[in-house]
Design a protein around this ligand. Sequence first.
Ligand SMILES: [Zn+2]
Length: 136
Amino acid sequence: MTQPKWIPEPSEASKPFFEGIKEGKLKLQVCSNCKTWHYPVVRVCSHCGSNDIEWHDTKGRGVVYSHSRLQRVMHPRHEDRLPLVVAQIDIDEGLRLFTNLVGSDPKLIKSGDPVELDFEELPDGDLLPVFRLSNQ
Ligand SMILES: [Zn+2]
């Protein structure tokens, strides 16, 4: 079976996000007017209505808000990656991201644990931004 492409083709609006990944960074949007961070991609700030939106590097740090363990293959991309920890991470910039938490026994992960950005190399060579516990 042909593997599906792992990372979607970037749109013009999301291109900086995907270029950041290639640089080893998690870049997200910030409103230049009110400094609110945004994800997913926006064209207009949902806080103040400004369309002056810029891309900035995040610190790549946060804490676990919640997590769950995926143990069954629900999509071809899950093959060889189970158990997969799907987590909500509160990053320092004030956003909650859905992501994967890698490198830890899922039983040892707790809400509030500090995490840092990492990248998982996918079978087709693309990089996926993920997080791992800071103390491991
Ligand atoms: Zn704003």
